[in-house]
Design a binder for this molecule. Sequence first.
Ligand SMILES: Cc1ncc(COP(=O)(O)O)c(C=O)c1O
Length: 359
Amino acid sequence: MTLVRKNILSVAPYQAGKPIEETKRQLGLKEVIKLASNENPLGPSPKAREAIKKNLTQINRYPDSQSFYLKKKLSRAMNLQGSNIVLGNGSDELVDIIIKTFVEDDENIITADTTFLEYKIISQVNGRQIITVPLGYFKYDLAAIKKKINEKTKLIFISNPNNPTGTYLTRLELEDFMNDLPANVILVLDEAYDTFIDVDDFPNSLKYIDSENVIILKTFSKAYGLAGLRVGYAIVRPEFGAYMERVRQPFNVNLLAQAAAVAALDDRKFLRKTRRVILEGKNYLYDSLNSLGIAYVPSVTNFILIDVARDSVSIFKEMLKYGVIVRDMKQYGLKNFIRVTIGTKKENERFIKVLKKIL
Ligand SMILES: Cc1ncc(COP(=O)(O)O)c(C=O)c1O
């Protein structure tokens, strides 16, 4: 007999990217690079570091439960109101808050089968039915998703761009999809990687907030380099936000995270440099993979899905021995693929050298 809730028994635990320290400890390595969790390879922004130092003496106090300054800064930058923003302990937490706020016991949630795993895991933990729809050519198949919508569908999660494939939905594709969505369905557009976009036809989703049932998710974990602090936000219409605020824990975004996020938003120079390093790194990796004859999925993000044409778990393990942490895609159902985060020039070169040796 188990005392655990039934739906927890079938949840496959989230497997995070392997940490650098753990790899050093287990393999007795001195130099390890991590290209496994789509983090910023340049570290946190210098302005964010400064802000953290300045606020260290305040951490005997609870954080501002309303995150006044962060909401103000974010809403101004996007020409919105503070009531359009709900903050989360990473956008992970906002996925949970959204499900708890909107989805009844007997309603369902739709997403792709090969996408950010937390949509499925958090749905299951909350005891909600999750319907997953296969991708078409590594991209969300919107026509197939539409066919799965029924009267019990409440939420659709779309990672745009998609993790782990790096593909995106264009403005026209998305608007066509939204055109005849039933009025009781909420579309969540998770734009964790929007800062890296280098195409012109990516949707400007902010303009859907008032007219459609749309929630946008963003994060400070990727381009802003603050993954370890955990800050993400949802952009919502005020009515949705007010109810999500009832579900949110009052102190979910800690004091240092709030201060660092405010400062990071001011650090345009760091953001520009991040974009440049990622775009240059992507071109280098494309060129190297092309010359090695290794197939990959072209990406608009800071990671690339690579077809290693062999069991990716064994490739992951072999690369680990050389101090390079990548992500095998077994848990995502792509057993011959690895996902590599674009790193610094030096890290990318080391990755290619090791990949070449192994393959
Ligand atoms: C598509 C997507 N959404 C959300 C997240 C989580 O971001 P956060 O660190 O803000 O929880 C990730 C992290 O990998 C992601 O890939």
